[in-house]
Ligand binder design. Structure first.
Ligand SMILES: NC(=O)c1ccc[n+]([C@@H]2O[C@H](COP(=O)([O-])OP(=O)(O)OC[C@H]3O[C@@H](n4cnc5c(N)ncnc54)[C@H](O)[C@@H]3O)[C@@H](O)[C@H]2O)c1
Length: 374
């Protein structure tokens, strides 16, 4: 069971408890500017560091990290950064421990839960964005030959997620918006996912309520208490998707990110209200075995958590948030029809299976034609 602890001051104790002697740090380019850098570098024991990767990391970059880990003789991993850094660390851990080596994180093995002894490399994650919740999931996202891969293995769930909200002080405003909307979408999508459980829905509810109660103060007032609540919301969102997975808004976002260079959270957030609206107007197509009445009940619960009297109102609130933060939909380039075709052919069918309503290629194309402005 994962430990979730608060405060950077608890890091030395947790490292001791997990028996970490030689730490392999996986950090992103924000690390030199983080207020927790000195506390990390003052930790006892030798450290090696890997930071040679970009947001939305590539397989080739992860391979460099795997080689460095092997050469470092480190016995444990500390990831400090956004979802990208935490996911690189997870891929390194899996490739180092799996018999299949680097092949474990690419097709065809990527979708198989290979048996690894996760406990043999203790792993601590400190998120520096409040969005992905990757510190509490057993998934990692990485790009191989231009296609997004989701690496899934119980052995890559961090042993400890350490939440230190003061790190968010250096996060640029636009990144705060994007990552927070990722957290909100994860809360909403995991709630209506066909895989939701009583436990996951409780995490979803907490994620949505915390974002709705704190987003204005976090975004517009830079309030530290609100930042702590949004970091908690993101962690609940992570715990929710770890059980229920994400759905159509995430599935439809990935090509938007690569085609229009929209950050992950922004790309998901432009998809979600249109998909929700579409699901309201297609009442007959429910693919959740619990039925349409169940789904309508879930939509009502989400709307209530968002402070709206009904579902239409909740969708309007979501759009108003986007508008208040000046987060716009992408605009098509020179060949819109071609782009809509590329987008609708790209959708990940596995994630679409988690969606409570079936979305075929034609429906996806209709949705993209609303999402992508002419
Ligand atoms: N594994 C999962 O469960 C999961 C879930 C959702 C998303 N993801 C993946 O996570 C990635 C997105 O992660 P993200 O949204 O956290 O962004 P990110 O990790 O890509 O970071 C975005 C930018 O913010 C900078 N940054 C991070 N923290 C900072 C701080 N405190 N101060 C200043 N700059 C800072 C980074 O250096 C980077 O330039 C995507 O690849 C997405 O697919 C993974």
């Amino acid at each position: 069971m994962q430990q979730i602890i608060n405060g950077i001051g608890n890091l030395p104790g947790i490292l001791k408890q997990l028996g970490c002697k030689r730490l392999f740090l996986v950090v992103d380019s924000s690390y030199p500017f983080l207020n927790i850098k000195d506390a990390i570098e003052a930790l006892p024991g030798r450290q090696a560091m890997f930071s040679d990767f970009t947001p939305n990391p590539l397989y080739e970059q992860v391979c460099k990290g795997i080689e460095l880990f092997k050469a470092s003789e480190c016995d444990s991993i500390l990831a400090v950064g956004g979802g990208s850094a935490m996911d690189v660390a997870k891929c390194i851990k899996l490739a180092v421990l799996a018999e299949e080596g680097n092949a474990a994180i690419i097709p065809p093995l990527v979708s198989q839960r290979l048996p690894i002894d996760g406990a043999s490399i203790p792993f601590i994650a400190i998120p520096t964005t409040a969005g992905t919740g990757s510190e509490s999931t057993h998934n990692a996202v990485m790009y191989y030959e231009g296609a997004k891969q989701t690496v899934t293995n119980d052995g890559i769930l961090p042993d400890c997620a350490l939440l230190e909200p003061s790190v968010l002080k250096t996060l640029p405003l636009y990144q705060k918006k994007c990552t927070m909307m990722d957290a909100l979408c994860q809360g909403i999508e995991s709630w209506w996912s066909v895989n939701s459980t009583e436990e996951s829905r409780e995490y979803s509810r907490k994620a949505v309520e915390l974002v709705m109660a704190n987003w204005r103060k976090y975004i517009f007032d830079n309030d530290s208490d609100a930042a702590a609540q949004i970091m908690l919301a993101a962690n609940y969102g992570g715990r929710a998707i770890n059980l229920a997975q994400t759905t159509a808004a995430h599935a439809m976002s990935y090509k938007i990110t690569s085609l229009y260079k929209l950050p992950h959270g922004h790309a998901v957030a432009v998809c979600l209200p249109e998909i929700w609206d579409w699901m309201l107007t297609h009442p007959a197509d429910c693919s959740d075995p619990r039925g349409r009445a169940w789904l309508d009940g879930i939509f009502a619960q989400i709307s209530h958590a968002m402070g709206a009297p009904g579902v239409k109102g909740a969708i309007a609130i979501f759009r108003e948030m986007m508008s208040a933060m000046e987060m716009q939909n992408p605009a098509a380039g020179s060949d819109r029809a071609d782009e809509l075709e590329i987008l609708s052919s790209s959708v990940n069918p596995v994630r679409l299976k988690n969606n409570p309503l079936a979305i075929d290629k034609e429906a996806a194309q209709a949705l993209y034609s609303i999402i992508v402005k002419a």
